[in-house]
Design a protein around this ligand. Structure first.
Ligand SMILES: Nc1nc2c(c(=O)[nH]1)N[C@H]1C(S)=C(S)[C@@H](COP(=O)(O)O)O[C@H]1N2
Ligand SMILES: [Mo]
Length: 298
């Protein structure tokens, strides 16, 4: 038997580095860190845990400052969660859409370990007037310099979570991924893991947490990663949140030739936002019509 080729990452952009998992090589439900996609809006900051601090302020009773050791000394929580970039699959749009032309590998699944964001917020004491929790990363830069949507000079990567999601058991500040220390590309020393939500909420390299009393309308909330929703007749801007239900076929790849009459095992993955996937159905076609089949989960 020929030895299977070692899958290699697909570089979508060199600087800042954006790399895609080769989805056709999917072989397990967990993705090893070396193959995990990386989505960066700016260069990844090279942080040193010795002088890194997490500062929690805003609408809290007691602003706090924590170092990595004291966060690691807190009660830890581990769970496995899928992170999918909201731009995953963008290359398939017709007509084409502006942005990184991801195929279907801007998604990954891994076990994450950290502390509940809730416990950190409770240490600081969230005021009753609080509405959202803003997470700010250490990376920054100028966005879309020549466009009408340009950022007002350099900005950090910052996203807010509604208080309810910030307090949920599916939201942690993680220092470990795949049972190893978080790597620089994935947010060392501390990143948000927001189970069920698209990747833009999973702020990496967190340095500041600010509890806010008004909805935050920053760049990554209102100029990117939003959709229009019509309510009360008028379209209004809604920041992206939960992932959509999705199933992707890894093999056969698009355009592959299969031998008629020979069984073929279709391989792929499915995930969703806040709910569980129970069953995946595939339809097969022979050019004349579609046949429905049922795929059992393994
Ligand atoms: N600080 C910071 N956090 C960030 C980003 C970023 O550019 N800067 N990108 C976000 C986006 S859009 C995604 S999809 C995920 C990707 O996480 P990963 O690079 O660990 O796969 O990180 C999110 N967190
Ligand atoms: Mo993303």
């Amino acid at each position: 038997m020929p030895t299977p080729e070692r899958p290699s990452l697909i570089v979508r952009q060199k600087s800042p580095q954006n790399i895609e998992f080769p989805f056709a090589s999917l072989s397990d439900w967990l993705i090893p860190t070396e193959l995990f996609f990386v989505r960066n809006h700016f260069a990844s900051p090279d942080l040193d845990a010795r002088d890194w601090r997490l500062r929690v302020g805003g609408a809290v009773e007691r602003p706090i400052e924590l170092d990595l050791d004291s966060i690691k000394a807190m009660r830890s929580t581990t769970f496995t969660a899928v992170v999918e970039c909201a731009g995953n699959g963008r290359v398939y749009y017709e007509p084409p859409k502006e942005g990184l032309q991801w195929q279907n590998g801007a998604v990954g699944n891994a076990p994450w370990t950290g502390v509940l964001l809730r416990e950190i917020l409770e240490m600081a004491g969230v005021k009753r007037t609080a509405r959202e929790v803003l997470l700010v990363g250490a990376d920054s830069g100028v966005v879309d310099a020549n466009k009408k949507t340009a950022s007002p000079g350099p900005i950090a990567f910052a996203r807010s979570l509604p208080l309810e999601k910030a307090m949920a058991h599916s939201t942690i500040l993680a220092y470990s991924m795949n049972e190893e220390a978080l790597t620089r590309d994935h947010g060392y020393p501390l990143r948000a893991v927001v189970g069920g939500w698209f990747g833009m909420a999973w702020v990496k390299w967190i340095t500041h947490i600010t509890v806010v009393e008004q909805p935050f309308l920053g760049y990554w909330q209102a100029r990117d990663y939003f959709r229009w929703e019509r309510s009360l007749g008028e379209p209004r801007l809604v920041p992206l949140a939960e992932m959509e239900v999705k199933a992707q076929i890894a093999r056969p790849v698009q355009g592959a030739h299969l031998i008629a009459g020979q069984p073929y095992r279709i391989f792929g993955a499915a995930w969703s936002g806040e709910a569980v996937i129970r069953q995946v159905q595939v339809c097969t076609g022979d050019g004349r019509g579609w046949r429905e089949g049922r795929l059992l989960e393994t």
